[in-house]
Design a protein around this ligand. Sequence first.
Ligand code: AMP
Ligand code: MG
Length: 331
Amino acid sequence: MIILGIESTAHTFGAALLDVQSFTEKKVLCNLRDLYTTEKGGLIPNKLAEHHEEVCDALLKKAFAQTGLSMQDVDLIALSNAPGLGHALKVGSLFARSLALIHKKPLVGVNHCIAHLEVASLVTQAKDPVLLYCSGANTQVIAYDGGKYRIFGETLDTGIGNFLDTFARDLGSGFPGGPKIEQLALSGKKYIPLPYSVKGMDVAFSGILTHLERKVIGKEKDEDIAFSVQETVFAMLVEVAERAMAHCDKRELVLGGGVACNKRLQEMCRLMCAARGAACYVPANEFLVDNAAMIAWTGWLMHVKGGVSDDPSTLQILPYERTDDVDVTWR
Ligand code: AMP
Ligand code: MG
C-alpha cells in the first residue's frame, strides 16, 4: 500500500511516500521537506502560508520523480490537520483535500503530536515508549495509558523551540535559532545560575526568558549564556520525562521534535535512561523534525488498523486539538 503523507502545521511543508505492507514490513520511499526560514526575526503566518503555497506542487512532483510513482499509485493520503498555525494548516488542507477529491483517494487527518510519537514504531524498535516531544510550539511528555495518549507534563507557556528561537533572536540570529544556540553553547565555559522552572509535571520558559532579557544578555558572554540556558532547560525536560517513565512504569524513552536534534539534550536523555536501566531511542534527524513520513505512517495506522477515514469535502483543520482529545482506535 502506498501512502502519501503531507505535513503543513507550521514552518515545514513536507511530502512523503511510504510503502507499507504490514506493521513490520514498511519502507520510507521518500521524505521531503521545505523549511521556511528567515535571516532576521520570527515566523510571520501569512508569509509562511505563501511559502507553503509556492513549494507544495514542486515538492509533490519531486517526490513522484524520485520514486518513479504517480498519483495513480497512491492508495491513501494522510494530512496533518491538527494542531498548528491556522495559515499553514489551511494550505495543507486545501492541497490534500483537492488531491483526494480529484483523484478519488481516501483521506485521513492526523494529529501532528501523535505522529511524533508513532514515528517511533516506524524507525525504532520502541514498543511502548514515553515521548519527550520538544518542538517549536509544543513541549509535552506523552505516553499511551488507559486507552489514550495522555499528556503527563507540558509547557505552561511557550514551547521549548520558540523559547530558544526568541532567545537566539535576542542575540541577533534569525529563525531557526536552536541550532545556533547549540553551536554557541559548545564554547561556553561558565555556568550562570538561571531560574529552574518545573511545576509539578509541567515546565515553564517565559520567566527564564524575561530573566535573560533583563538581567543576563549583554552582561555575560553569549556562549556562556547559551551553555547555561541549555543545561538548565534541558535538565527541566529530562526531569519531567523521567518522572513520567517512573509513574507509568515504562522502560523506553523516545525523543521527538526539532529541539531533540540537539546533541546535548540527547546525551542528557541517554544518561538518565542508562541510570534507570531504560532504553533511549533517538530517531534520525529527518524523523525528529516536522516531517511527512510520520504523518503517512500514522495515517496508515489510523486507516488500516483503526478504520479511520475522513470525508475529503468536509475534513476540517483543528488548530487547537490536543493530544488527549484524539480517540485512539488503532492500538
Ligand atoms: P519542529 O517544530 O519540531 O520542526 O522543531 C523546530 C524547532 O527546533 C525550532 O524551534 C528550532 O530552533 C529547533 N531546533 C532545531 N534544531 C535544533 C538544535 N540542534 N538544537 C536546539 N533546537 C533546535
Ligand atoms: Mg512538530
